[in-house]
Design a protein around this ligand. Structure first.
Ligand code: DAT
Ligand code: MG
Length: 150
């Protein structure tokens, strides 16, 4: 199967009206959107999603933040999409994120860093199945795919 990654625009991205700007960057790059939904995240889902950070001091505020207002959850597909998305997103701390990245261009605080992206292929598979049902994923071919891939 082709590579897929889980991307989530966090509550600050939705509240600040940056949904279009963020999606545009993935579209412009040439990746394929295979699922998208706006949703209010439950505490249960937030805690499962951030399970690896359970013991961290920021875990509670992270879960509070993610559940505080709606998010936009997406799945993007394409060759190398997991690693490339992390580059498009930029470093976790927005002040360390390079200009040109989403976090580098649009935010300043680690607790308000706009967007989540899976950090590895296995993580992506876990996160996609956590956030989406199989029937919510659309497998489709871009008619211009021959102009994006050799
Ligand atoms: P990323 O979102 O870049 O994958 P991560 O998985 O290490 O980063 O952490 C998940 C989120 O937790 C991150 O987007 C923001 C928050 N976070 C991470 N480190 C933090 C810290 N030192 N203080 C406050 N929040 C932090
Ligand atoms: Mg992470």
């Amino acid at each position: 199967m082709v590579e897929r990654t889980f991307i989530m625009i966090k509550p600050d991205g939705v509240q600040r009206g940056l949904v279009g700007e963020i999606i545009k960057r993935f579209e412009n790059k040439g990746f394929t959107l295979v699922a998208l939904k706006m949703m209010q995240v439950s505490r249960e889902l937030a805690e499962k999603h951030y399970e690896v950070h359970k013991e961290k001091p920021f875990f509670n505020s992270l879960v509070e933040f993610i559940t505080s207002s709606p998010v936009v959850a997406m799945v993007w597909e394409g060759e190398g999409v997991v690693a490339a998305s992390r580059k498009i997103i930029g470093a976790t701390d927005p002040l360390a994120a390079e200009p040109g990245t989403i976090r580098g261009d649009y935010c300043i605080n680690i607790g308000r860093n706009l967007i989540h992206g899976s950090d590895a292929i296995e993580t992506a598979q876990r996160e996609i199945s956590l956030w989406f049902k199989e029937e919510e994923l659309c497998s489709w071919q871009k008619t211009m795919s021959c102009w994006l891939q050799e």
